[in-house]
Ligand binder design. Sequence first.
Ligand SMILES: [Mn+2]
Length: 317
Amino acid sequence: MTSNRINIEEAAEILRSHDNYTILSHATPDGDTAGCAYALCRALHKLGKKARVRCGDDFSDRFSFMWKNLGCGSFDEETVISVDVADARLLGSLEELYKDKVLLAIDHHISHVDFAESLCVEPYAAACAQTVYKIIKVLGAELDKDIAACLYTAIATDSGCFKFSSVSPETHRIAAELLEFDFGFAELNYVLFDLKTKERIALEETIYKNMKYYLDGKCAIVVLSRNILNSVDPEDANGISAIPRQVEGVEVGVILKEKKDGVWKASLRSNSNADVQKICGEFGGGGHAKAAGCTFTDCTPDEAIEKLVAVIGKSFN
Ligand SMILES: [Mn+2]
């Protein structure tokens, strides 16, 4: 199917003219999808509408301020909206229930695969929350501390705390307007970016210990067995794929995770022109130029590494 492409004003008009909303976040939710959903939910409440948030997986406790003091009441769902969902498949366990029922998708993924009746997409926004912010403004819902904290979290997390190349002057302008509300951004940033559990520190220790270098130090690979992975809370393993590429001189960083006997999932991150989407494509995987993944079956980790290093090496030429 093809979604009807609409702009900010038209998206606001859809939200104004409907009621009884379910707002969907993508599975394995991040700060952007959670922040967009709860900001929009709170804004719709301010307009006197009924709205709730649903997600196929649980949100992280780090985001618990988003739903604090939020009463959604009970009502019959009439209108389904999705935020930051690039593909109906990413609804996870809610896919079957909702894939054909979404009236409006708000997104920022260039790779968006249409599933909603209407789509409001700004593919160059650092976070979907930039678009949600603009829609809330047009809707005329009054911003407050709680909405600002949700939107700030969404933008800060999706932009790597304003570090990624996707950040634009508009990203900072929106963040600056959000800072007008006294939601305690410094404490929030501590929780979002600096706070680590002892288990996370132990996992990082293992990652550093297991790091091996290839291709004159331009490639770093870490192998993590099921034993190690099963002993950590998935929340503690968030973002570990970014660690190998932090090493000076490393252009492509890889985490190789054991999924089951003989099955290894590789997560690649690039610092350079090496296109990891293409590299993973050679093995039936995909993703983005700077972040991609692929799976190896029926092999040992050493065999997977050998295959990967051969293709990564070619990408440096
Ligand atoms: Mn996002």
